[in-house]
Write a protein that binds this ligand. Structure first.
Ligand SMILES: Nc1nc2c(ncn2[C@@H]2O[C@H](COP(=O)(O)OP(=O)(O)OP(=O)(O)O)[C@@H](O)[C@H]2O)c(=O)[nH]1
Ligand SMILES: [Mg+2]
Length: 309
């Protein structure tokens, strides 16, 4: 262990990102890393701790910036390794703290990089002005804030329905790629699949559940139970039924969608929207309906502040 110890701090927030940025400061950088760091002013690629190839940038004699890949596991293991070698970690520092004194703007800058939907950007940037004009959001803003936060952290939209309702086909059509297997065999989907999909500009996590059927054998029943536990957390359920099928029940907020409109049969009772995964018919309307349910346009039009932490 070097004396005094090297001070270490993560400059990037925790969570998954392409890259992480770690600052090391002290006299014995080579002792800490077990390898010679680049000369001041130089940038080199080095494998650190046998874990990851990192970009090392030596900003001055005592300071080294280490850029590993940003996955939480690499970050955890690199932190643990540096601790065992005597580094002294300081609490998470926000790089934005340097950029602004305004606490609301600092929160905006910390939230921006992880915002999932493009509409979050102008909304977040408007917040310092709105908080200054109206004060921080109050109880009257709570529900709208909860919905607007879906622009930052994607809402969960679950596709639910009987086997062969066309759930996986709809997921693939919305995602624009073959994310899930679809086939005429009932019970095709076993483990549920989640995919990040932009619906009318709103980034959502769409979950494709296995078809619900009571007669499922043990393994399938287990997969259904696991999927249902996840479905319970959904912000919105799309209840799907193909021609000749009935909508299953749910206590969650839902939209009832009749699939396979290329087939001539009548709609199931209670149909709200119609789509065809084969032709793309109705997909735009479905996307807009989902978006309006999750983040209504009126929420975005409001000039009140919102709680975005
Ligand atoms: N004609 C027509 N067939 C479709 C359409 N969408 C899906 N299908 C077909 O319907 C069958 C079932 O589709 P899936 O998407 O696998 O249905 P699922 O609801 O995921 O079924 P499980 O995973 O078994 O619960 C497949 O053969 C699809 O090709 C559609 O819009 N029109
Ligand atoms: Mg399926």
């Amino acid at each position: 262990m070097s004396d005094p110890p090297i001070r270490a701090r993560w400059l990037t927030p925790p969570g998954t990102a392409a890259l992480g940025l770690l600052q090391l400061e002290g006299d014995d950088l080579s002792g800490l890393l077990g390898t010679e760091p680049p000369e001041p002013g130089q940038i080199r690629l080095r494998t650190i701790a046998g874990l990851d190839a990192c970009v090392l940038a030596r900003t001055d004699a005592r300071t080294l910036l280490v850029t590993p890949h940003g996955g939480p596991r690499i970050r955890q293991r690199l932190t643990a390794w540096l601790l065992t070698r005597g580094a002294c970690f300081e609490s998470q520092a926000s790089p934005w703290a340097i950029a602004t004194e305004d606490p609301v703007m600092r929160r905006v800058l910390e939230t921006l990089p992880r915002a999932a939907s493009p509409d979050a950007l102008p909304l977040l940037l408007a917040q310092p002005g709105r908080w200054a004009r109206h004060g921080p959001p109050g109880p009257a803003d709570a529900e709208r804030s909860r919905r607007l936060r879906r622009l930052v952290d994607p809402a969960l939209v679950a596709l639910v329905g009987p086997p062969n309702a066309g759930k996986s086909s709809l997921l693939n059509a919305l995602a624009g790629r073959a994310a899930a297997l679809a086939s005429p065999e009932a019970g095709t989907t076993r483990d549920h699949v989640t995919v990040s999909v932009s619906l009318a500009g709103l980034t959502c996590t769409v979950l494709d559940a296995p078809g619900l059927r009571p007669a499922a054998e043990a393994l399938e029943a287990q997969a259904i139970a696991r999927a249902l536990a996840r479905v319970d957390q959904a912000d919105l359920v799309l209840l799907l039924a193909a021609p000749g099928q009935a909508f299953t029940g749910t206590t969650l907020p839902c939209i009832r969608v009749r699939t396979m409109t290329d087939r001539p049969e009548a709609d199931p009772e209670g149909t709200q929207l119609r789509v065809c995964a084969l032709t793309g018919h109705g997909l735009g309307e479905l996307a807009r309906a989902v978006r309006e349910r999750l983040v209504p346009a009126s929420d975005l039009a409001s000039d009140r502040p919102f709680e975005f932490r």
